[in-house]
Design a protein around this ligand. Sequence first.
Ligand code: PHE
Length: 468
Amino acid sequence: MSGAREQFGSRIGFILAAAGSAVGIGNLVGFPVGAAKNGGGAFLLMYAIFVFAICLPVMMAEMSVGRHAKKDPLGAYSAISNNSPKWKLAGWLAIATPFMIAVFYMVITVWIFGYLYEAVSGNLDLLANPDTFGIFINSPSIFAYMAVVVGVVYLILQGGVKEGIEKAAKLLMPALFVMLIGLVIFVLTQDNAMAGVKFYIVPDFSKLNASVINGALAQAFFSLSLGMGILITYGSYIDKKSDVPTSAKLVALMDTAVAFTAGLMILPAIFSFNPEINPEDLSESSVGMIFTYLPSIFLALQESIGYLGASVVASLFFLLVFFAAITSLVSIFEVPVAALMDEKGVSRKWALTSLGSIMIVLAILSALSFGKIDVLTTFVSYAGADKSFFDVIIDVFYETILPLNGLLICLFVTYRWKTANFNASLEEGSDNYRGSWFEKYVDISLKTFIPVILLVIFVNTVAVKYFN
Ligand code: PHE
């Protein structure tokens, strides 16, 4: 490719773009749902420990590999390993995974946009009807919504790193924070909200078991956008002077703060608008709750603030989730786009258009796999269950390959690139990293227990998912 590699324009631009990737549907929905399901406070605590003890070092590993190699994940794995075919395979995984995850993330983003559209159109009572979601995901309007989402992502990525990704993050992230805080204040002033706060904050350790712990770790990993080559790619757009340890800490902190705050909005809302709720029922929560349950919570608001007011609150909520989803989707899709540009020397526009076309076809197939087309709805069957095309993408790429990619980057940094080089690279941009206890912790953890934990998760997932 001709010309210098694109760069983020400022340190805060990079941090907001990485935080924009990290803050997504996982924070605003996945995390509150996880907390609701798994006993509130205890989950919160486990989650926080995992973010800082396990995910943060992995995040630093990804960012520094990208920054050092100045290449997409495939190029970075090849360059640092001197073209080892084995490590190239890890590079391929790190670009194929985001490509496939973009497909399912896109479908969910399309649904969110559809709900935003309906909320803004004043159709809150329609959304609150429990049958709506099933009909909605199979309705032809999905394709119109998909066109909008694709258009927005295309426009942002077409602008490139500085004018596209960074600008979008600088606009959308602050808007998201403001809306989130506004909604939290509103929810907390409603009756009975404090019962939700109590459930959320006070840990019930009797709820902790292996699956809760596993769930908290998987949630943290996904939420920080790890294992997907994203931070390798974004890291390749910063220079040697930038401080990776501090940036990574800030991104982890912002991501966790948003997840925590989203919980502080959703759990009190559930308790406040359903005073009769039995906390045990929450153990059945799922991400689908955003589409079936939350609109009914918003509708309940009409008692106190009228239908129009309730519609405004619902619209704000879906707008918030939509913004978060867009900055994440952009980051996921940037990985294969950057890889195609780097590896084949094509223009951004060409990479975006060709990969975008394949991706749209896959997204359409996923969107048709909820009953519309039989071969897609019962695409394959394993572990005694029929799986749709959409389910398979989630199982294979999100549940299985994500932790594997995390494991590979840890092994790569410590055993192939070597800890000394990794440290030298991190010390370059940071004046207080060398010799700090944090540096020692990162080195030891990446060499020992982090890969072991990720390996256990990977093996366990394969055994449980496919051979049960
Ligand atoms: N981290 C984002 C979220 O929490 C999702 C995401 C995952 C984004 C993987 C990019 C890559 O929703």
